[in-house]
Design a protein around this ligand. Structure first.
Ligand code: ZN
Length: 502
């Protein structure tokens, strides 16, 4: 972005320096996950801390504040410039609301809590984690007080991940979701079990899997001239610029779908970031407005497309050719049934699309109660197990597979989990509209053709960056506010057919 307004030009240059520092930080983090030898860890920790401190100092400098104040009163700015200033001012306000002493204490407690959590989970002993989680909850309440809130302290925390969303609104959205999703799950469990996929029980060549994942990414429209894929323990997407957006996946020799679905999921995130408007490069606008809308892009590709029958009509023969001789006679229907098998599990990251949101609602209700003070940390394991029984009909065998399974709370992330479920709901809303505007969508998918789909996403979601808020993007693209009905309709149609009760 360039400007003829002199103050604006200076502001964009200062902002650009901050964004360069953040990109450098991201490169170091990516390297830490992908290439760094173990002994490099302490030095890397220092380097990341130094860059973060520099970024914070530059971003919150008196000069930056003055530039923003001047520009906020400037009536000659065009629409893009106004958005640029408004969004950066928002970030600056968030960045300066917490006293430095608090930020430091929080960072220290988080790293202690993380260490305690690793040990507690390994030994499945909640007592080891409990005092640390109590401290985290106390600090998060304090954090909410610093930010301020109208209704619930949880809202102030949620703002970091899903801007504009509130606990009250989440209760409404999830309330509409839970009852139907539980009922559907019970119907599925009562239906006859689908035939076993004996063909899964074989060794899946990892190089062939890797090649297939690259091919699918390319077919989706991922630009390898502006990105790359590597292997990592946990798949992720990162970007250093909209022309350098990288993804990772992990390959499992016993399951050909986990790596592929990881690539498709991260590919969905990456297409979003490659799709920001090039004129927003090196500015605040080249970002997603929330984690939920970001997740909607990954889930749309992974679940709505990658786990659809038309997709497998095209890719079953491809899978057969990449694993020559291993899959003779396999039909698209068999693959489709296998990738959509519903198996309730105590573990969130293993959950299928029929149970995933229930895991999230459980976490949302518990963290909300912790922050609002209606649940004590000491009572968490019991409350967790009760809800697990209520929502999924399962009782975790131990706390490691219960309330200790996720890393998030040890990091001090409360308000984060709901964005996963919101991503699913937004994805369903979007695909509903896409089907209406692209009548031949599923025929295109069945021939491995994603151009029209990507163009729609670029036009209606990606290019906006942070110009629009999440709710505005959805309303403009779908005509509706965030809501669970499209997702529920999607589940009912799909699983009704798969399990033969509709
Ligand atoms: Zn994701």
């Amino acid at each position: 972005m360039e400007s003829t307004n002199k103050t604006m030009a200076v502001f964009l240059e200062k902002l650009g320096e901050v964004i360069d520092l953040r990109a450098a930080n991201a490169v170091l983090q990516w390297d830490q996950e992908i290439h760094m030898p173990p002994k490099g860890a302490p030095a890397r920790g220092r380097q990341l801390a130094t860059l973060s401190a520099l970024d914070h100092r530059l971003f919150t400098s008196p000069e930056m504040k003055r530039l923003i104040e001047d520009l906020q009163g400037d009536t000659t700015l065009d629409e893009d410039e106004t958005a640029q200033v408004r969004e950066t001012a928002y970030d600056l306000e968030r960045a300066t609301k917490l006293p430095e002493a608090f930020v430091e204490t929080f960072a220290q407690e988080r790293s202690k809590a993380y260490e305690a959590w690793v040990k507690a989970r390994a030994e499945s002993d909640f007592k080891l984690f409990q005092p640390h989680l109590e401290k985290i909850v106390e600090l998060l309440r304090k954090k909410a007080d610093y930010f301020g809130y109208a209704d619930s302290p949880y809202d102030a925390l949620l703002e970091d991940y899903e801007r504009g969303m509130t606990a009250r609104e989440l209760r409404r959205i999830f309330g509409g979701l839970v009852k139907d999703q539980r009922a559907l799950l019970q119907q599925i469990q009562a239906a006859p079990t689908p035939p076993e996929s004996a063909w899964m029980e074989q060794e899946w060549d990892t190089e062939a899997q890797w090649a297939l994942s690259l091919r699918v990414l390319g077919d989706m429209g991922y630009d390898f001239e502006a990105g790359r894929q590597d292997r990592s323990v946990h798949p992720f997407t990162t970007n250093f610029d909209l022309f350098d957006v990288r993804v990772t996946t992990r390959i499992d020799p016993r399951n050909p779908f986990s790596g592929l679905m990881g690539s498709i999921h991260e590919g969905g995130h990456a297409l979003y970031e490659q799709g920001f408007d090039p004129k927003d490069q090196r500015t605040t606008l080249a970002q997603a407005p929330s984690l939920g809308i970001h997740e909607s892009q990954s889930r749309l590709w992974e679940i709505m497309i990658g786990q659809s029958l038309p997709f497998w009509r095209h890719y079953t023969p491809v899978l057969q050719s990449t694993h020559a001789g291993q899959l003779d006679g396999l039909t698209p229907e068999e693959v489709y049934r296998r990738v959509n098998t519903v198996t309730p599990s105590c573990i969130r990251v293993e959950a299928d699309e029929c149970t995933y949101n229930l895991h999230i609602v459980l976490r949302f209700e518990l963290e909300l109660a912790l922050i609002e003070g209606s649940l004590q940390v000491a009572d968490l394991p019991e409350a967790w197990n009760e809800k697990m029984q209520h929502y999924l009909g399962l009782t975790p065998p131990d706390d490691a597979q219960g309330c200790l399974q996720d890393i998030h709370w040890s990091f001090g992330y409360m308000g984060y989990f709901p964005t996963y479920a919101l991503g699913n709901l937004y994805a369903a809303q979007l695909i509903e509209s896409i089907q209406e505007t692209i009548p031949g969508l599923w025929e295109q998918i069945a021939s491995g053709e994603f151009t029209a789909l990507l163009a729609w996403l670029r036009e209606n979601v990606h290019r906006h960056g942070r110009r629009l808020q999440t709710g505005e993007i959805l309303r403009k693209a779908t005509g509706k506010a965030p809501d669970a009905s499209a997702y529920l309709a999607h589940l009912r149609t799909k699983y009704g057919k798969l399990y033969g009760f509709k």
